[in-house]
Each structure stands twice: as structure tokens, then as C-alpha cells.
Design a protein around this ligand. Structure first.
Ligand code: HEM
Length: 219
């Protein structure tokens, strides 16, 4: 795509993916989950699908830790995998690992992260941005809603959405500054935008997969 000159890259990135974000946000499964129309097992299934995604993303972060460009996006306070595992233990019990089924959509998403985020700083940023900036934005709304709808008091089963000690507004501002400062040329910026849009579609595909389940039978 053609990039508008003079705009900070963080603003370009957001603008270029507005429609993809709207598609993810208005997805039927997501709306039903937020509206309390689905059983708790539908939320648990989403949590299970996030695990391979964050495992891939956080292994990539380890691989990129010393990279001069990508390493600037590696933050200990963002790490989500332990919280996801604790949530799954809460929601499914101590034998949770044997109780999460296969998900082609989550598998495809994690596979794409493994393909591009371990060696390409732009690929890493694209996937990192869509998940963590999303978690610090709409994710905060989702977490609060899920707690209320399912009566998950005290953050039981929703630890994934809690970033203890992190102030989301200043953190997101600092993150956007790093996006703006990163020395990506025009070609690489274009590829990052494409990858961000793909990452949104991979998220929506996970929601579509969850939306195709008959929860009245699965519950
Ligand atoms: C019910 C679902 C969702 C709601 C209500 C929601 C809401 C929001 C809101 C209000 C913002 C703006 C926050 C701000 O500017 O500080 C935002 C930003 C964002 N959301 Fe979502 N969101 C949802 C789902 C998603 C999903 C599924 C993803 C991707 C996995 C996502 C990724 C993002 C990203 C990356 C941003 C940051 C955009 C930027 O400023 O560059 N969101 N979301």
C-alpha cells in the first residue's frame, strides 16, 4: 500500500488496520461472549487457543531480546504465558493440559508467528503489536466484562487480562514512540502493515472457529 508521508508510523499502522480491528471487534462470537450469551466453556476455549499463540510470541521475544530493533519491544511485564496457564488451571483443573482440544485456527496463527517473528524484526513487531497493544486496549474491556458476566471474582480465570503494576496509557504511548523511532524503511513498513492485517485476520479466524461451535452441546 502507499504510505502517507509525514505521519508517525504508529498512526499509519492504526489507520491501515482500522477495518480489520472493526471486523475482529464485531465478530459474532466476540459479541456473544461480551453479551453473556455463551457458557463459560466458550471463554475457556478462547483462553486455550491463546496459549499456543503466546507461546510462539514469547519464544520469539526471547530470540529477539538482543536484537537492536526488535529487542526494544521485549518487556518482561507483558509476558502472558504464565497467566494463561494459571487461568487454564483455574478454569479446567490441574489436568488442564490434557483437556484442551485441537484448534486448526490457533495452530495456523501460531505457525505464522513462528514463520516470521523469530528472524524478521518487522514480522515480530507486527504480531507483537496486534496482540499486546490489543490486550492493553480492548483486552482490558474484555477482561472486565468477562469477570462480570461469568462471576469470575478476584480475577480467577482472567489473570491474562491483568497487567499488574503496568499503567496502560503511558505504556502504550511509550510503545508508540518506539514504533515511530524504529528504523524501518518504506518497503519494510509496507510489509509490517500487511503482516498486521494478516494478524488481525488470524485472530478473527480463531473467533470464527469458536463461533461455529454449538455451545449448548459443548457446555
Ligand atoms: C470486544 C472486542 C474489542 C474491543 C471492545 C476493543 C476496543 C479497543 C479500543 C477502545 C481501542 C483503543 C484504545 C486506545 O486508543 O487507547 C483498541 C485498540 C486496539 N485494539 Fe482492540 N478491541 C477489541 C478487540 C480487539 C482484538 C480482537 C484485537 C486483536 C487481536 C485488538 C487489537 C487492538 C490493537 C492492536 C489496538 C491498538 C491500536 C493502536 O492504537 O494502534 N482489539 N481496541
Amino acid at each position: 500500500m502507499t504510505l502517507p508521508p509525514g505521519e508517525p508510523f504508529s498512526a499509519v499502522l492504526r489507520q491501515a488496520s482500522v477495518q480489520d480491528h472493526a471486523d475482529a471487534e464485531s465478530n459474532g462470537y466476540m459479541s456473544d461472549l461480551m453479551g453473556g450469551k455463551l457458557p463459560l466453556s466458550a471463554y475457556t476455549a478462547l483462553t486455550a487457543r491463546l496459549l499456543p499463540v503466546y507461546a510462539a510470541l514469547e519464544e520469539a521475544a526471547e530470540a529477539m531480546r538482543e536484537h537492536p530493533v526488535a529487542g526494544r519491544f521485549v518487556f518482561a511485564e507483558l509476558v502472558r504465558r504464565p497467566a494463561l496457564e494459571a487461568d487454564l488451571a483455574e478454569l479446567l483443573g490441574p489436568d488442564w493440559a490434557g483437556r484442551i482440544g485441537e484448534s486448526p485456527a490457533a495452530h495456523a496463527y501460531a505457525a505464522r508467528i513462528r514463520e516470521v517473528a523469530f528472524t524478521s524484526p518487522g514480522g515480530f513487531l507486527a504480531h507483537h503489536y496486534v496482540r499486546y497493544m490489543g490486550d492493553l486496549s480492548g483486552g482490558q474491556i474484555i477482561g472486565r466484562r468477562v469477570e462480570r458476566v461469568y462471576g469470575l471474582e478476584g480475577g480467577r480465570g482472567t489473570g491474562f487480562y491483568r497487567f499488574d503494576g503496568l499503567k496502560t496509557k503511558p505504556f502504550k504511548e511509550a510503545y508508540r514512540r518506539r514504533v515511530d523511532e524504529a528504523p524501518f524503511d518504506a518497503g519494510e513498513r509496507g510489509r509490517i502493515i500487511d503482516e498486521v492485517r494478516l494478524a488481525y485476520r488470524l485472530n478473527t479466524a480463531v473467533f470464527d472457529e469458536l463461533g461455529a461451535v454449538d455451545w449448548s452441546r459443548a457446555a
